[in-house]
Design a protein around this ligand. Structure first.
Ligand SMILES: Nc1nc2c(ncn2[C@@H]2O[C@H](COP(=O)(O)OP(=O)(O)OP(=O)(O)O)[C@@H](O)[C@H]2O)c(=O)[nH]1
Ligand SMILES: [Mg+2]
Length: 288
């Protein structure tokens, strides 16, 4: 399946939820129903603030084709970029998809002929190691796992030195899941990030994984993780099971941080680079 077809399939539930509303809003020959448009956007978890701003933006275009104007407006919000940096730290709440996304990305990079090195800093949960090891074995990439109970920041420090010695093109760093409401764990994350940025001041990006199914709660997670880890990119996971794909628009509009990948399943090929145009075309009703 092509990347475009995959994203289209994953956004099927979100699109279905909004389809009727959009059709009613943009009835041929009738004046657009702007309140209806706002409601349709809310249904897809775009959020109140952003939905209002989008409607205003579309109206201001005074286009004879309001659906095309909406498409343009959404692409304008989502089309953000950030550089692809060699050290990628995966952060996020428990079960949001950090390890799986890291595994999929490692797989894709290794397949593209890159030298990849993985560092596991979840020294708290033994099962975390096994899961990460499995992914590394699958992708045939070397993996350094911190000893149980050791300090995650020192594991990262040692791991980065070891990756340097191995001349890795990419270093993927897994971190333990932490609830945004847990102050101690957020402080621990700030410490891990501090070490990472000191060792690799220019070459490090932080990817926050957000489960698409959490809808508006993703904004709260973003808020807290921004304080501790200043994510430079987002990974929207589990899009395949969610009808809340509009959350991507809320996140991009509110924080201006690019969505870099989307997760569309549990297999190694189910992480796609994010493309604003494909995403928007999959959100909106499809042309016959
Ligand atoms: N359907 C689907 N499942 C996913 C996706 N990404 C992750 N999962 C599943 O979600 C569950 C949790 O994923 P993990 O990668 O273990 O999440 P994590 O953030 O590493 O979890 P912790 O380390 O416990 O915080 C696993 O069962 C994954 O297979 C996705 O894009 N689609
Ligand atoms: Mg994990």
């Amino acid at each position: 399946m092509s990347l475009t077809a995959k994203i289209n399939k994953s956004l099927g539930k979100t699109r279905a939820k909004m389809a009727q509303a959009f059709q009613a809003v943009f009835l041929k020959g009738a004046a657009p129903d702007w309140d209806g448009l706002e409601e349709a956007l809310l249904l897809a978890d775009v959020g109140g603030e952003t939905a209002g701003a989008i409607v205003a933006g579309v109206r201001a275009k005074k286009s004879t084709d309001p659906m095309a104007a909406l498409r343009e407006e959404l692409i304008g919000i989502l089309d953000l970029a950030s550089p692809d940096l060699p050290v990628k730290v995966f952060v996020g709440i428990n079960g949001s998809g950090k390890t799986t996304s890291l595994g999929k990305l490692g797989f894709a990079l290794a397949r593209a002929g890159k030298r990849v090195y993985v560092i596991g800093t979840d020294t708290f949960r033994a099962a975390a190691d096994r899961q990460l090891e499995q992914w590394c074995r699958r992708a045939q990439i070397p993996c350094l796992l911190g000893k149980a109970g050791s300090d995650p920041a020192s594991v990262l420090f040692d791991g980065l030195a070891s990756a340097e010695g191995k001349k890795a093109d990419y270093v993927l760093v897994d971190t333990a899941g932490r609830l945004h409401s847990n102050k101690n764990l957020m402080q621990e994350l700030a410490k891990i990030m501090g070490v990472g940025r000191r060792v690799r001041p220019e070459g490090l990006e932080t990817l926050l994984t957000l489960d698409a199914a959490t809808g508006q709660n993703a904004l709260q997670q973003m808020e807290i993780f921004q304080q501790a880890a200043q994510p430079s990119g987002l990974i929207l996971t589990k899009l395949d099971g969610s009808a809340k794909g509009g959350i991507a628009v809320a996140l991009a509009a509110k924080y201006g941080i690019p969505i870099k990948y989307v997760g569309t399943g549990e297999g190694p090929a189910d992480l796609l680079p994010f493309r604003a145009q494909d995403y928007v075309d999959s959100l909106l009703p499809q042309k016959e």
